[in-house]
Design a protein. Structure first.
Length: 415
């Protein structure tokens, strides 16, 4: 089977995902992704007419983020008209799934050159309801009413509190974890660990919209986190329809006697941000013929599912499946990236796999840096590769939870 080589990775900084506050909120999502595509082509001297596909994950493919943003961003980046593109949605796992799908195309022998990643303007998705008169991304319970009885799916924040309750994870533990994420992100930014990957986003007039991480809060303290009100407690009881359905009733279909302890808030949950990221993948034959130097190779791509009611637990079986496919154990992985959608996700992941926190999210995660839904998977895979190079390590894994109780996972090896 042909190998899939990672030639390069790049991303934008992440901007606060709120209109009137975030620096990317007034930038068209297409223009958030296109500078990343342009940078990857220019610094690797890609013959863009040879690109078999540009694949972009996007969790909210509506309005300005609809109409195949992958193709439109590629054209905006100056790619050849021969470079096709398509967009996909696996909720939070969209960006990593894009890379995995690109790797599978190359490893199958059907493709030679792929640019894969994702984009999300969460500030735009948040305003789309007001602009269109509809919901930006219908919640799972409303969009799939026929699944309420068989597979009740609460809001993901409610699921995080549910997992915390089931696993006995305390609010204090989550806040200590969130603070450490902020410290690690602050250290990485201060020491320039992200600099080689970052691509500034420009306004249409050429002025800089954003050239640095905008979301981190290095001033965070445990005392400050303790003052924050739980974000999902009121939502848990809120009526979802005229019949009085609530997230509590959905949870109680699966856990009839459980009383949830609400522990998640803005400080120990992933940040709402705008951003994009992508990787260049190539077959060995194509890379050698065109002078492209590989940084790593993708050895395993997979995905696995778990309960839609808890929703956020699938990274554990996905990681175990990837290890089994590769014939590896957890000790064979030098560095891990697990998306910090909520504090309990990464805490439980480390607990279930017996991982040393010194090897996990070493430069912080989404609690500190933010989580642009469709882009995060590509971003963390690039971050993983950068850090493996900086530390001269060999093998890493990236994985993340997604809506519907799924998780993609990817193992890479430096070359």
């Amino acid at each position: 089977m042909p190998e899939a080589w990672i030639i390069d990775a790049a991303r934008t900084p992440r901007g606060i995902g709120k209109v009137g506050k975030g620096s990317l909120a007034d930038v068209h999502p297409q223009r958030v992704l296109s500078p990343v595509l342009k940078e990857l082509a220019e610094r690797n001297n890609l013959a863009t007419e040879d690109i078999d596909d540009v694949i972009a994950g996007c969790g909210s493919q509506v309005g300005r983020q609809g109409a195949c943003i992958a193709r439109m961003a590629a054209l905006d980046a100056g790619y050849s008209e021969k470079a096709t593109g398509f967009s996909l949605d696996r909720f939070c796992g969209s960006g990593l799934t894009s890379v995995n799908l690109g790797a599978m195309g190359i490893m199958s022998g059907m493709q030679n050159l792929i640019v894969a990643g994702g984009v999300e303007s969460m500030s735009y998705a948040g305003t789309y309801a007001r602009e269109s008169g509809g919901e930006p991304m219908p919640s799972l319970d409303r969009n799939n009413q026929h699944l309420r009885d068989m597979h009740p799916q609460p809001h993901q924040g409610v699921c995080a509190d549910l997992i915390g309750t089931l696993e006995g994870i305390t609010r204090a533990e989550t806040e200590e974890h969130a603070l450490e994420s902020q410290k690690r992100a602050s250290n990485a930014i201060k020491n320039g660990y992200f600099d080689n990957a970052l691509v500034p986003v420009l306004h249409d007039d050429g002025s800089v919209a954003l050239d640095h991480e905008e979301f981190p809060r290095p001033e965070t303290t445990l005392e400050g986190l303790a003052q924050l009100k739980p974000s999902f407690e009121a939502m848990y009881q809120y009526p979802l329809d005229e019949a009085g359905l609530t997230y509590k009733k959905l949870v109680q279909q699966a856990y009839p006697d459980l009383e949830i302890t609400h522990i998640h808030h803005a400080g120990n949950s992933s940040g709402v941000v705008d951003g994009a990221g992508a990787l260049v993948l190539a077959s060995p034959d194509y890379a050698k013929a065109h002078g492209l130097k590989p940084r790593a190779k993708i050895t395993v791509t997979t995905a696995d599912g778990d309960s839609p009611t808890t929703m956020l637990n699938a990274p554990v079986p996905a990681a175990r499946k990837a290890l089994d496919m590769a014939g590896l154990t957890v000790d064979d992985i030098d560095l891990w990236e697990i998306n910090e959608a909520f504090a309990v996700v990464s805490l439980r992941f480390m607990r279930m796999l017996g991982l040393d926190y010194d090897k996990v999210n070493v430069n912080g995660g989404a609690m500190a840096l933010g989580h642009p839904i469709g882009a995060t998977g590509a971003i963390i895979l690039g971050t993983l590769l950068d850090e493996m190079e900086r530390r001269d390590l060999h093998r890493g894994m990236a994985t993340m939870c997604t809506g519907g109780g799924m998780a993609p996972a990817t193992i890479i090896e430096r070359m």
